[in-house]
Design a protein around this ligand. Structure first.
Ligand code: AMP
Length: 148
């Protein structure tokens, strides 16, 4: 039976995170694993321009405020869970790509993430979960998230 030394919990900071966190904590307790948390800020890539007027500044300000808010959420959660600061990761970029990078950098052996049971394409796996599974070098636990 696999024993996991380093478990990474991937969080999008939406409403369902509690179920994912609980599952990650439970697995870490059962295996005596170290826990890491990750949230990835996705950049707003488009700089809107209309009638010669650039909205670049607003986009930059919005990105800065999203970055600040996610850092705060991560730190609040990390201290609640007693997770060391260097294990509370906030990255910028495409979530699946950043998660793959972190897995390699830190030698993570299990990712715990959510999957949204909605309808159509998202019935089985949410798109981030699906992308993470492609080419990942460790085990992945996708937690079936139920809407409250
Ligand atoms: P989704 O594909 O957006 O429905 O997300 C499925 C799961 O992927 C979420 O429950 C999280 O565990 C993870 N995830 C999605 N977006 C992010 C993100 N920006 N940063 C970290 N994890 C994420």
């Amino acid at each position: 039976m696999a024993t996991y030394n380093k478990v990474l919990i991937a969080l999008d900071f939406h409403g369902d995170n509690d179920q994912i966190i609980e599952k990650g904590k439970q697995i870490a307790a059962d295996n005596g694993s170290g826990l890491h948390l990750i949230h990835v800020n996705e950049p707003i890539t488009m700089a809107y321009t209309a009638d010669g007027m650039s909205f670049n500044d607003q986009v930059i300000a919005l990105e800065a405020s999203i970055r600040k808010e996610s850092r705060e959420k991560m730190d609040n959660l990390g201290s609640e869970m007693n997770i060391a600061e260097d294990r509370r990761l906030v990255r910028e970029g495409v979530p699946a790509r950043e998660i793959h990078e972190v897995v390699k950098e830190l030698g993570i052996d299990l990712i715990v993430m959510g999957t949204h049971g909605q309808s159509g394409l998202k019935l089985l796996l949410g798109s981030t979960a699906n992308s993470v599974l492609h080419g990942v070098s460790c085990d992945v636990l996708t937690v079936r998230v139920y809407d409250a």
